[in-house]
Design a protein around this ligand. Structure first.
Ligand code: BTN
Length: 263
């Protein structure tokens, strides 16, 4: 991993201007929280070549291949209404989909945090936050993307894919993360201004693969079937079950669809 190469491709003012690079670490999200305790600045990026105890959502673990996966965490200090916390995985998802698109790979979003290609998972986002009263003080955005892995290097029990598998070419992870950060800084500025939530919602919906589709929604050991209607102003999912709308701020979506519809 060449930090100079990341910085050479950045067009940002704050995000990614400071980078902590570890050849090996347990979890970049954990490192980010430790750096916050030590007085890190907003925009600091933690990145590693080898993550040995990566964390996924809902207490799951996240596996990555040394030198091939992109495993990184970004530190933000938004100081905005904590109700907006749910937007961070969504904005990061938009930034990732657009970056991969610029690099020639079409991907879609699955609420709240999955990056998908034809029904297979290419990556995920783990956002953790610290709230003081009603203010969202710190956010750590963890990004895990499968970039240059071959099929036999990905876990066999999950429906996973990588940039290399989908596009038959490898790519510099440095370029991928710079493009993501460039996109994210603009989206983050829009969220902080809190004026254009409708625009952000439109951006996300356009990149989602299951709006108006029948889904199974799993939250707090409860499974619901319904139509995924979209997201509200807080980035929460709106599910319509037999005419009744329920709002979910967290949970897992399972898409029931025909193979030809999978994107
Ligand atoms: C998920 O889909 O469950 C989210 C996966 C997020 C993994 C990334 S890898 C970098 C960062 N550090 C971690 O420990 N987890 C996130």
């Amino acid at each position: 991993m060449f930090i100079n190469l990341i910085q050479a491709n950045l067009t940002t003012k704050v995000i990614g201007r400071e980078i902590e690079h570890y050849t090996r670490t347990k979890s970049t999200n954990e490192d980010a929280w430790a750096l916050i305790e030590e007085g890190a600045n907003e925009g600091t990026l933690v990145i590693t070549d080898k993550q040995t105890a990566g964390k996924g959502r809902s207490g799951r673990s996240w596996l990555s291949v040394p030198g091939k996966s992109l495993t990184t965490s970004l530190i933000l200090k938004p100081e905005i209404d904590s109700r907006l916390a749910g937007w961070f995985p969504l904005l990061t998802g938009i930034a990732i989909v657009d970056a991969l698109n610029e690099l020639g790979l079409k991907t879609k979003l699955k609420w709240p945090n999955d990056i998908m290609v034809l029904g297979k998972k290419l990556g995920g986002i783990l956002c953790e936050s610290r709230i003081q009263g009603s203010i969202l003080e710190w956010v750590v955005i963890g990004i895990g993307l499968n970039i240059n892995e071959q099929e036999n290097e990905l876990p066999a029990d999950v429906y996973a894919t990588s940039f290399y598998i989908e596009s038959s070419s490898s790519i510099q992870r440095e370029l991928v993360i710079s493009k993501i950060l460039n996109n994210l800084e603009l989206l983050y500025a829009t969220l902080k201004e809190n004026k254009e939530l409708k625009t952000l919602s439109k951006f996300w919906t356009e990149r989602c693969n299951h709006v108006n589709k029948s889904v199974k929604f799993e939250a707090d050991n409860d499974t619901q079937e319904g139509i995924f209607m979209g997201i509200n102003n807080d980035g929460a999912a709106i599910i319509n079950s037999n005419g009744k709308e329920t709002i979910y701020t967290s949970g897992d979506i399972h898409i029931e669809t025909f193979a030809k519809d999978i994107v």
